[in-house]
Design a protein around this ligand. Structure first.
Ligand SMILES: Nc1ncnc2c1ncn2[C@@H]1O[C@H](COP(=O)(O)OP(=O)(O)OP(=O)(O)O)[C@@H](O)[C@H]1O
Ligand SMILES: Nc1ccn([C@@H]2O[C@H](COP(=O)(O)O)[C@@H](O)[C@H]2O)c(=O)n1
Length: 235
């Protein structure tokens, strides 16, 4: 090894895997994308993958309330995630699914589909493959990343916020949305995600909890960037 290469190897920050979990609307996606972009890390939105497989089930007339039917079909769609935090992508069978996966229809069915063990096994394999292939490090956000998908992650963060704050944030995205209806929908989805048997939404024992209720998005991003930098510095 030349002196230059040796110096680079000594000074380059170690590739870090950051797991960011938490309930809906706590700021996982916004925070994870910004932190990854600031620190030159890859980014994986695992919720988008569950939404993508749900969209495929719906467009292929699989009854999402029939767990056996969902399990039988779970290996069929090819789901590919792009991990650039400035332009994350998701395709299903080669088709851009970034728009359709955000529809109300998909949001209403995704918890039922993601609770099916065969679906989780399939998507978890994809997630591990992507995370372990990200040589420069990666921020992976979801519900079970710290507990199940990547228990070896160097840093685990669990974001929380009051249901009122989360509903207000979500309603702000959709003009005219009823805050109470939004709050009830969030609570219902969290209950389904926390209550399923296979890798439920949960805080890993070694995760750092950050309550974002009274923090701006910039404050949350700064907090997580500091935690990653401390981890990289071996503190
Ligand atoms: N600390 C914050 N203060 C105010 N608004 C925020 C904060 N964090 C996130 N937001 C806003 O709240 C909304 C939801 O954030 P985001 O999509 O990042 O949450 P999430 O946890 O990924 O949600 P989901 O799990 O449902 O995908 C977005 O409009 C985002 O800009
Ligand atoms: N690790 C994960 C991530 C997501 N899910 C399921 O997908 C739904 C959509 O997630 P969003 O983050 O896009 O809102 C979520 O409600 C879960 O049902 C999951 O199970 N595990």
């Amino acid at each position: 090894m030349s002196d230059t290469v040796e110096t680079a190897a000594r000074t380059a920050p170690a590739a870090v895997i950051v797991a960011i979990d938490g309930p809906s609307g706590t700021g996982k996606s916004s925070t994870s994308k910004a932190v990854a972009a600031k620190l030159g890390l890859s980014y994986l939105d695992t919720g988008a993958q569950y939404r993508a497989i749900t969209w495929w089930m719906l467009t292929n007339n699989v009854d999402t309330s029939d767990a056996a039917a969902v399990a039988n079909a779970s290996a069929k769609p090819a789901i590919v995630s792009g991990t650039d935090p400035l332009a994350p992508t998701i395709t299903v069978d080669g088709v851009d699914a970034s728009g359709p996966i955000r529809t109300q229809e998909v949001t209403a069915e995704v918890s039922a589909v993601s609770a099916v063990p065969e679906v989780r096994t399939r998507i978890t394999e994809l997630q591990r493959e992507i995370a372990r292939g990200a040589e420069g490090g990666i921020v992976v956000e979801g519900r079970d990343i710290g507990t199940t998908v990547l228990p070896e992650a160097g840093l685990k963060i669990f974001l929380t916020a009051s249901p009122e704050a989360r509903a207000a944030r979500r309603s702000g995205e959709t003009k005219g949305a009823d805050v109470n209806a939004t709050k009830e929908a969030l609570i219902k989805r969290d209950a389904a995600d926390s209550g399923r048997k296979t890798s439920p939404l949960a805080k890993a024992a070694d995760a750092i909890e950050v309550d974002t209720t009274d923090l701006t998005l910039d404050q949350v991003i700064e907090c997580v960037v500091t935690l990653v930098e401390e981890k990289r510095a071996g503190k």
